[in-house]
Design a binder for this molecule. Structure first.
Ligand code: GLR
Length: 424
């Protein structure tokens, strides 16, 4: 039997990178997005990478988990998760963790375990000379399609630097943003973040997108900003236009009422965010598509478990994102490549990031025709750029967000912004 690879050291480095003034149902993105880079090193000197949220509460839990996992074999993933569960208890919720408009009910154990699992899989892959997708059962696709993630957006906002994208505050601004995204990255699917403008304006924006991009799958996601009645009006107006409508209204009960009459599937990353929320969603037909996210579903293996449950119960599977760096993009790509029923283009915030602001050595990951090629080198296939890590850590120390005990990600709308009524 080959030797154990024991964890001898864990480095957790919080970083900040610039985020544009993107709008959603609860506010505007902070000028910086916070992430934590996890580097796990074994006694044989093999290092692996993970990435996760970086609010203070999460950082505290990551640090205690790191101490508890030191000395364990990187193959003992089940035992690692159990040890983290002993530390955190069955705590649920508390922090927003970049999930818009909700205090998440996702599992703390799964959120804390996830970046360690990814880093350990990176090490396993490096040691075995295999890409992470092989450790997940093998890639069933060589490249993973992602969607253009459009946002209503201010040109700038206090604390944000003006960026090359400019404002997008009406349907024409949204179509112009989509054209630039599609021209630059080649995306073959489009998602619009809604819940910001009056619903009829958001319907207009989707219809303009349909005119501008005939045949491209479209999605609209108002982050549960609407009533059941408004959701149904929108759904009827967009019959035959949307591939899915994401989280139109809060809660499984409301979603089930919309789902009964809506002419398209409903998707969610808000009312099903943990395994124990699946049975009622299935029983009540509340959702047609679940958006997975390995950051809160407990890593890559548990995301595959979610995929299996969705397949069993006839639900579709897509993938959620928050503002993220290249380590997460690599993990998302390996997972999607190895998940047969993940047939929707995945979400990504990647295009909104300044390409010069990342912690990985550039050149390995990129979009061609809207897709990312699955890395074939051992592990995740990405390397840490230590100078960039130090720079973005300095930015974290300077940016003034680190003492917040929330997501460090969203700012509630300031009073000068008059939010339009979410009702129709
Ligand atoms: O529903 C979603 O897609 C998200 O929760 C992703 C992000 O939080 C999104 O709303 C954002 O970045 O504003």
């Amino acid at each position: 039997m080959s030797e154990a690879l024991r964890i001898s050291r864990v480095d957790i480095t919080p970083v900040a990178f610039k985020d544009p003034a993107l709008l959603n149902a609860v506010g505007v993105h902070e000028p910086y997005a916070l992430r934590a880079v996890i580097e796990v090193t074994t006694d044989q000197g093999i290092a692996g990478l993970g990435e996760t949220y970086a609010d203070e509460g999460h950082l505290r839990r990551l640090r205690s988990a790191a101490d508890a996992l030191t000395g364990m074999d990187v193959h003992a993933l089940g035992a690692m998760r159990r040890r983290i569960a002993e530390l955190t208890g069955d705590d649920r919720g508390g922090d927003g963790h970049g999930l818009t408009g909700m205090i998440t009910t996702s599992s703390t154990v799964d959120r804390v375990f996830s970046p360690f699992e990814v880093a350990c899989l990176d090490i396993q892959g490096r040691a075995a000379g295999r890409p992470v997708s092989d450790l997940l059962g093998g890639a069933v696709r060589d490249e993973v399609p992602f969607s253009a993630y459009l946002f209503y957006k201010w040109a700038a906002h206090p604390g944000h630097e003006p960026d090359e994208w400019g404002p997008a505050l009406d349907p024409y601004g949204i179509v112009a943003q989509a054209r630039r995204m599609v021209e630059r990255f080649g995306f073959g699917a489009i998602k619009l973040k809604g819940g910001v403008m009056p619903p009829e304006q958001e319907v207009e924006a989707v219809l303009e997108l349909r005119r501008a991009f005939p045949g491209i799958p479209l999605r609209l996601d108002p982050n549960a900003a609407w009533t059941v009645e408004t959701s149904l009006k929108v759904a009827r107006r967009l019959e035959g236009v949307l591939e899915y409508l994401e989280d139109p209204t809060p809660g499984q009960e409301g979603m089930a009422r919309v789902a009964r009459e809506a002419p398209m599937p409903l998707a969610t990353n808000m009312c099903v965010v943990a395994f124990d929320e699946l049975p009622s969603a299935v029983r009540d037909d509340a959702v047609g598509v679940v958006l997975s996210d390995h950051h809160y579903w407990g890593g890559l293996h548990r995301s595959k478990l979610l995929a299996g449950i969705c397949a069993t119960f006839g639900m579709g599977l897509s993938m959620h994102s928050n503002s993220h760096l290249g380590i997460s993009l690599a993990a998302m790509t390996h997972l999607a490549a190895a998940t047969e029923n993940l047939t929707y283009a995945c979400d990504t915030h990647w295009p909104w990031k300044d390409p010069a602001e990342d912690v990985i050595v550039p050149g390995v990951l990129g979009f061609r025709a809207g897709a990312v090629a699955v890395p074939r080198s051992p592990g995740l296939g990405v390397e840490l750029d230590r100078d960039a890590l130090a720079r973005l850590h300095e930015q974290y120390l300077r940016c003034g967000l680190r003492n917040r005990d929330d997501t460090g990600y969203m700012r509630r709308l300031d009073p000068s912004y008059e939010k339009k009524s979410p009702r129709w």
